[in-house]
Structure formats: C-alpha cells, structure tokens
Design a protein around this ligand. Structure first.
Ligand code: GDP
Ligand code: ADP
Length: 200
C-alpha cells in the first residue's frame, strides 16, 4: 500500500497518474467523495463521486476502510477494493490525507509505505493551485489556508520528496517503490527459492 500525501497542489495527482501509466503492477485505490467533479476527472477512475446522503449511508453500512472530512467535503477509502487487491498481492496506490494515512498505518503497518510530497515553496504551491485552473479563488484560499497544517504532518511519513520537477519527483518515488518491493518480507516465494538454491 503506497500512500502519497501532500498539501493540495503539491503534485500528488500528477505523480500518481504517471505511476499508474508506467507501472502495470500498481493499481489505484479509488476513493468516494462528496466533492464536485473537476473538469477532466472521470467518475469511477479519479473518484466515485457521490452525494452526501449516499456517503453517509456508506459510512453507516461500514463500507469504508477509513474516511475523513477535508475542505468541507467527505472522502473515504472503500473496503471492498482494498481487500481484493491485497489478496491478489497487487500493489495499491493511495492519494489520501494524513488522517487516512494514520488509520491505514494502524490497521496494516507492515503493508504500508508512506510518502509525503512537499512543494518547493508556498508561492509555488499557490501558483500550481491557480495554474491548475480547476478551483475558484475561494476554494484555492481554503486549500492554501490548510497547507501549513498539512505540511506539519510531514514527520509521520517514511519518505519525503520535494517536487521541484515532475520527472525527478516521479523517478524518486518510482525508486522508493522499487526498493520497498525488494524488502525481504515483501518477496513472497523467496523462502522456497532459497531452499531450492541451497538443496544440493
Ligand atoms: N482520508 C482520506 N483522504 C482522502 C481520500 N481521498 C482523497 N483524500 C484527500 O483529500 C484531500 C483533498 O483531495 P482533492 O479534493 O482531490 O484535492 P487535491 O489535494 O488537490 O488532490 C487530499 O489531501 C487527498 O489526499 C480518502 O479516501 N481518505
Ligand atoms: N513539479 C511541478 N512543476 C510544475 N507544475 C507542477 C509540478 N507538479 C505538478 N504540477 C502542476 O501543479 C498543479 C497541481 O498538481 P496536482 O497533481 O493536481 O496536485 P495535488 O494532487 O497534490 O493537488 C497541476 O496543474 C500540475 O500540473
């Protein structure tokens, strides 16, 4: 479970999309949200876009692995998807905030890798949110106001990457993923392989 968190606008969606495009062995955990869809987003791919009563019913039915309220909207990680992916041994990518990260870590510590993405500066963060062109000035202000609070959780992550340049940031996160996949405990089948090697 590879988690990417950052203040809004630092670039986690950009990096996540590239990872999904270039690495066939990782799939996205698609969250449910009550936030309005942005231009270019696809329902069922970027998020499952639901209204508040539907989200509340999902909470009531215990359908979320974790959920949180961010910027006045609700976001939740559906259980069904995670269970199926983990069972298949499929790596899963999460774009969730620090609250969701803590909950996932408490539930599945050994399976979780936490990466925090920082912007090069606060001015650049504002430029990226404005340049994205998906949010009103009010929404951008709310996201900027929350940025410091988000950044304050940087020390709850295993890795921290500063997103100066998309290519460099992507490469660094792909390297983290490659190294984590090589951890002994994650290499299923290794015991049998080594036993075979040393049998003679
Ligand atoms: N806890 C939790 N946070 C989520 C989930 N899905 C998205 N988020 C977080 O909600 C925040 C807002 O996401 P979004 O509205 O897409 O804006 P973005 O930060 O600009 O990508 C981000 O910090 C996301 O990481 C989820 O299922 N659970
Ligand atoms: N290294 C970078 N340099 C310049 N612009 C970037 C960089 N990374 C992302 N962006 C741009 O900044 C905006 C916000 O990125 P996005 O991936 O949507 O952030 P987040 O998902 O963290 O909110 C987008 O328009 C994206 O194209």
């Amino acid at each position: 479970m590879l988690i990417l968190s950052s203040p809004s606008g630092a670039g986690k969606t950009t990096i996540a999309r590239r990872l999904l495009e270039l690495d066939p062995d990782i799939a996205m955990s698609v969250s449910a949200t009550t936030r309005p869809m942005r231009p270019g987003e696809v329902d069922g791919k970027d998020y499952h876009f639901v209204d508040r009563p539907t989200f509340d019913a999902m909470v009531e039915a215990n359908e979320f692995y974790e959920w949180a309220e961010v910027f006045g909207n609700c976001y939740g990680t559906p259980k069904a998807h995670i269970r199926a992916k983990l069972k298949q041994g499929q790596d899963t990518l999460f774009d969730i905030d620090w609250q969701g990260t803590q909950q996932l870590y408490q539930k599945a510590e050994a399976d979780v890798v936490r990466v925090f993405i920082l912007p090069p500066s606060i001015e650049e963060l504002r430029r990226r949110l404005t340049g994205r062109g998906t949010d009103s000035e009010d929404v951008i202000s709310a996201r900027m106001a929350r940025a410091q609070a988000e950044i304050s959780h940087w020390d709850g992550y295993d890795y921290v990457v500063v997103n100066h340049d998309v290519d460099d940031c992507y490469t660094q996160i792909a390297q983290i993923l490659a190294a984590e996949r090589l951890k002994r405990a994650r290499q299923t089948g290794l015991i049998g392989f080594v036993r075979e090697l040393t049998r003679a």
